[in-house]
Ligand binder design. Structure first.
Ligand SMILES: Cc1cc2nc3c(=O)[nH]c(=O)nc-3n(C[C@H](O)[C@H](O)[C@H](O)COP(=O)(O)OP(=O)(O)OC[C@H]3O[C@@H](n4cnc5c(N)ncnc54)[C@H](O)[C@@H]3O)c2cc1C
Length: 390
């Protein structure tokens, strides 16, 4: 029997596993996928999440695999004219984790996985799709689709926005389509360069549509995300292959630099995601089970902070279980430490989406005020207060 079973080897699950291992806990991570990996897309890592991960010993690897986020210009969708922010050359001064960083999701995932396996080579088990959770007085049992079961003292649901743990223990309301579709792909730099005008990172904003681009992998790849409002999500799953023609149709009327990039989207590697949300739930803990990351609080991606929240959760939860005596007070301290932070980011992400997809792209305030951004992006999970009593 392990001390702690973690369901889901995504960013939140692996961060929690590593943070707990480093405090001496025996952890098992159960991942449904037969092969571990991440989608082919970029991720922006907030300074606070970066510092949190650095405290777990992966700082040098992360710095090596990522690029500092430069000042980013918001431009008019049709004219390409700058509306807010700054047009920066691709190489921003590198101030480590004092700034946000852009990274390939697969690279971040691989760094975390290697660190967890270095602590314990058997820590992560694949092909384990959780179906059911059974709680006893002194333990909890995870039942998997392959018919096997595993016991642990505690169980953490880090299984993403469609969490089976959440469904089994907390709330079986299905996620709701948020009225937004995201198109995502990676374009080799050589193909993208003629459309960039020497500026890698930029956000084009128009009514109901936003097109975001930035460089990853030492500038070898351009990450592209286009998000459009839509009444319906007609597909079966959350992410499905998309065609260049439908991507271009969705961004009709945008500046030629955007349409030129869409034309470079690699066939077969262009995906579209329906964005789904769920209303907040009152608690993320029930007996010996707790939720973290998207399983507890999926948010819209307009501030690029969902992954950061999952990372922060993992670190604060490990601190709580280590510093606070008894699992119930520890889970309570974790929840108390995180609820306000998560709710602030959730609301600000909705607001940011409203601003950047507003009917009038000339309106000011894109990106929020600098003081808001400092609070939102600099939250440090290593030093955030952890009150034992509410
Ligand atoms: C378009 C878009 C862009 C985004 N950009 C950013 C960004 O730039 N920066 C940022 O910080 N965030 C971003 N996010 C948000 C971020 O991707 C998520 O918030 C983050 O991945 C959540 O991590 P997680 O570990 O909670 O869940 P996930 O990453 O979803 O991991 C969950 C894991 O659990 C596994 N799992 C699921 N069900 C089961 C089961 N029944 N049994 C076992 N395993 C299971 C899954 O296979 C998966 O490996 C973006 C999101 C979207 C949609």
């Amino acid at each position: 029997m392990s001390d702690i079973a973690i369901i889901g080897a995504g960013l939140g699950g692996l961060t929690a596993a590593l943070a707990l291992q480093r405090q001496g806990w025996r952890v098992r991570v159960y991942e449904q996928a037969p092969v571990l990996g991440e989608v082919g897309a970029g991720l922006s890592l907030s300074p606070g999440a970066g510092r949190g991960l650095a405290s777990l010993g992966v700082g040098p690897a992360l710095l090596d695999a990522s690029l500092p986020v430069p000042d980013i210009a918001f431009v008019h969708y049709r004219t390409g004219e700058r509306l807010a922010g700054a047009l920066s050359p691709d190489k921003a001064p590198d101030r480590g984790f004092d700034t946000a960083r852009h990274i390939h999701r697969a690279d971040l995932h691989a760094i975390l996985l290697a660190a967890v396996r270095t602590q314990d080579s058997d820590a992560v088990q694949t092909g384990k799709r959780l179906e059911r959770v059974e709680q006893g007085a002194s333990h909890v049992v995870a039942h998997f689709a392959d018919g096997e079961a595993s016991e642990a003292e505690l169980l953490i649901g880090a299984d993403g926005a469609r969490s089976a743990v959440r469904r089994a223990v907390f709330d079986d309301t299905p996620p709701a389509f948020a009225g937004q579709i995201a198109y995502r792909c990676l374009i080799p730099f050589e193909q993208a360069a003629p459309h960039l005008g020497g500026v890698g990172a930029m956000v084009s904003i128009g009514a109901g549509r936003i097109f975001n681009r930035y460089l990853i992998r030492r500038g070898a790849l351009l990450n592209v995300i286009g998000i459009v409002q839509s009444d319906v999500w007609p597909e079966e799953g959350w992410n499905t292959p998309a065609t260049v023609a439908e991507f271009a149709r969705a961004f009709e009327g945008f500046h030629q630099s955007v349409l030129g990039l869409i034309g470079c989207a690699p066939t077969g590697h262009l995906i579209k995601w329906g964005l789904f949300v769920r209303p907040p739930i009152a608690t993320w803990r029930a007996g010996r089970v707790a939720l973290l990351g998207d399983a507890a609080h999926p948010i819209l991606p307009f501030l690029g902070l969902g992954g950061a929240l999952a990372i922060e959760d993992g670190i604060v939860l490990a601190r709580a279980l280590t510093e606070v005596g008894g699992f119930e007070p520890a889970f309570a301290a974790f929840e108390r430490a995180r609820l306000d932070r998560v709710e602030t980011v959730r609301i600000q992400s909705i607001r940011q989406g409203e601003i950047v997809q507003a009917g009038d792209p000339d309106r000011a305030g894109v990106g929020g005020s600098p003081s808001q951004n400092t609070t939102l992006f600099d939250y440090d999970p290593c030093t955030a207060p952890l009150a034992v009593h509410g």
